[in-house]
Design a protein. Structure first.
Lengths: 201, 201
């Protein structure tokens, strides 16, 4: 019945929006209506932004980041510390670290984790390129900023093995109590890790 | 910092997505990444769909529905009952009624409710056009399918007054227990309305 009520172009827009993460059919309809109501301020600019993204966004062949140039702006940025490469699973993780401004270094997106269950093998990930980059004389440290999951750990171990041939130190993010976290709500693994890594106050 | 990590076009896309209802900054970033990762299947089609919507979608000057033509497909549909006009607040309400297939009639979107607090006056709503349509000889009934809120009731009363000059009967949606609803969870107003309108079983 919805097809009778709405133009097929609106219907198609809703169907596509519903495929975005976090949007279901209902919120996709709300979003579509909101855009149509804000034609000049939202619908037009969003149409242009999506077209621009579609036409210009590419994956950096050096680090795996997405950007409008290849190599990406981060790989070309001379203000970044070239001695450190921070390894992340996904581009979203890279963005999260950049927002935190935790480190001013270069990145390498491997594109996931090794997974026996999902059949992800080392050659499916962007690891060989990392080994190649790590072999450069200026690189001194590889920070493994993978997720603290079983697959993340497995992947970190595998990468460490692969990097043995390079003259780099390999580090990983510290485990511990999240800032603002309450002990009562934390899992045992985190508490054990935080206790093991306790530091002088 | 995020601007350093992401191309300005990706950043702009995220900012626009974050203005959609139901999406915040975090989910906008996830949605943007999801689109970029699914360039051919999602990003491209969505860019085209938004451009098409921007170029073609318009508000029907008869009923206030949004469609790619004016008058809209619903106003032109000869299979719809021309004797009934169903009045709704917003286009989303029209879509909801169409999905339910509760009635096969013509619609009229008034674009909101009267509101003293928000300063919405009768002339801000699409009511004069409704009175004009209701005066047509073929129209026999106006169904007020406004929301069951205080402002909705006020608006319904006002519209009823305005329609006194026309030769139409005015009805409103029934109040009662929602299908599947449990009495224990319903408010008193709904229970009182449902009891008052009780029907032989």
């Amino acid at each position: 019945m919805a097809q009778r009520a709405t133009g097929s172009e609106i219907e198609r827009l809703i169907q596509l929006l519903a495929r975005l993460p976090g949007l279901g059919p209902r919120s996709a309809r709300r979003a579509a209506l909101h855009m149509i109501k804000n034609r000049e301020k939202l619908l037009g600019p969003l149409a242009s932004a999506l077209t621009a993204a579609h036409d210009n966004v590419t994956v950096c062949s050096t680090c795996g980041n997405v950007d409008t140039s290849d190599p990406c702006a981060m790989c070309l940025d001379p203000r970044r510390d070239r001695t450190i490469i921070c390894v992340v699973e996904e581009v979203g993780d890279l963005w999260a670290l950049e927002r935190s401004a935790a480190i001013n270094c270069h990145y390498h997106v491997i594109g996931g984790t090794l997974s026996a269950i999902e059949g992800v093998r080392p050659e499916d990930l962007n690891i060989s390129k990392l080994v190649e980059r790590a072999a450069a004389p200026e690189v001194k440290e590889i920070v493994l900023a993978v997720n603290a999951t079983v697959d993340g750990h497995t992947t970190a171990h595998y990468i460490t093995e692969r990097l043995k041939e390079c003259d780099v130190s390999v580090s990983r993010l510290a485990h511990g109590v999240p800032v603002g976290g309450e002990l009562d709500y934390l899992d045992e693994g985190t508490l054990i890790a935080a206790m093991k890594s306790r530091r002088p106050f």
